[in-house]
Design a protein around this ligand. Structure first.
Ligand code: ZN
Length: 413
């Protein structure tokens, strides 16, 4: 597509967004006010309904899929699919509506201070999610005939591995590799593009003991004291693996080290005078692309096995597991995306590897080029004062609208 046409399009898109600013911001606030905290995964139905209502208001049809989760003993999950345009070539806008738990209720009041919107999920990723939805509406208002189909895939459970979200959509053929031209997701990249991500394995370890009165402690089994021994062995492994650094470009720079973190969640015991009969804690291993995922997984599990062989009663639950993936920043669609961003923001974005796990992995593994680009900042996502710069939401909406056209045409401007 010629530069002048690109400029005209960017101008027309921005003009539409100026008219929609208040509506769009209010929508982000409404999304943030629904505390879709995960774990445990609550208020999902309400949030999906709100998104569907907004799309329906724009006369865009939606399909809500109820994911049956009774066997897993959890509440039902809901995925939302919607599409705009026709054709076999499909560009996916993919986003998650679950958020990590808030530190207090105040985080769900969606407070505006200056040019920032504060609250849990503003950066990760309800600001971006709303941008995705409004990008479709902008294309519709401009009556743009896309050279293919733009599909919105809105999922839960990204924060806990995506088993009943993205994994479900792929497993049941709701997202197909045939025709999949590209995928874009608004994770908090702070205006950069993430074209790779680390692998991860997250475990919940439960140590079983035997509960008795403290004065009879010799007749019981103290799960906490056993846990101390096991966590010391895991700390040794931590010191060893965390010396390794990736050569990929990562921001912030200090997170280039491989990661093994203990105790993100930690529970146990009933009272101070009772020998604890169960203690549990999480182990979070983030694996650099240079490390061998299977080898690192085995190494971690071997430590646990060693204690099991010594008689420790252990239960291991795999919360999430995913290998690292990446797509070259020289891929021609990366170039298409760069030019779309440049046309809106005037800046050429940098490419980084996301230090965490990303759902681009599901698409990239099936050969669909996938990138993350979003308005939030990783440095504040998941933190108590999470925020998003409001202007960045509008810019992101414009980038998504323009990128949809350019990615579907496959044009390198
Ligand atoms: Zn996220």
């Amino acid at each position: 597509m010629k530069g002048s046409k690109q400029k005209r399009l960017a101008h027309a898109i921005r003009k539409q967004i100026r008219m929609l600013r208040e509506d769009l911001l209010a929508f982000v606030q409404d999304l943030v006010r629904i505390p879709t905290e995960n774990p445990p995964g609550i208020r999902y139905a309400e949030c999906v309904k709100l998104i569907a209502q907004r799309l329906n208001r724009f006369s865009i049809r939606t399909k809500i899929l109820r994911v049956h989760t009774r066997a897993a003993g959890i509440r039902p999950r809901y995925c939302l699919l919607s599409s705009y345009g026709k054709g076999t070539r499909t560009v996916y806008f993919h986003g998650h509506y679950d958020v990590v738990p808030g530190s207090d209720r105040h985080q769900f009041s969606a407070r505006i201070k200056g040019n920032r919107l504060y609250g849990r999920g503003t950066a990760d990723m309800k600001g971006g999610l709303a941008a995705m939805v409004y990008a479709v509406h902008v294309l519709q208002r401009l009556d743009i005939r896309l050279p293919g189909r733009l599909c919105l895939a809105i999922v839960p459970d990204e924060e806990t591995g995506g088993r009943f979200g993205t994994q479900y959509l792929f497993k049941h053929g709701h997202i197909k590799e045939e025709g999949g031209s590209a995928m874009l997701m608004p994770e908090p990249t702070g205006g950069a593009v993430w074209n790779a991500c680390r692998g991860a394995i997250s475990l919940m370890i439960r140590i079983k003991g035997k509960s008795v009165h403290v004065v009879l402690q010799n007749k019981g089994t103290n799960a906490f004291e056993q846990m101390v021994g096991l966590s010391s062995a895991l700390l040794k492994l931590k010191h060893c693996v965390e010396r390794r650094k990736t050569n990929f470009t990562v921001a912030p720079g200090e997170s280039r080290n491989s990661i093994l973190m203990l105790g993100g969640m930690c529970r146990g015991g009933a009272n101070f005078n009772i020998v604890p009969d169960e203690c549990s804690f999480t182990v979070e291993r983030r694996i650099n692309p240079e490390e061998d995922f299977e080898k690192e997984k085995a190494r971690l599990l071997n430590v646990l096995d060693r204690f099991r062989r010594k008689g420790m009663r252990l239960e291991i639950e795999v919360i999430q597991e995913g290998e690292s993936v990446g797509i070259s920043s020289d891929h021609y669609l990366a170039g298409v995306l760069v030019n779309s961003i440049k046309a809106i923001s005037g800046r050429r974005p940098k490419f980084y590897m996301c230090p965490g796990l990303l759902e681009i992995r599901y698409y990239l593994k099936r050969g669909i080029p996938a990138f993350a680009y979003g308005p939030g900042l990783l440095t504040c996502a998941h933190s108590p004062d999470e925020f998003v710069d409001i202007e960045r939401i509008y810019d992101c909406t414009a980038v998504y609208a323009l990128a949809a056209i350019n990615l579907l045409s496959g044009d390198n401007i």
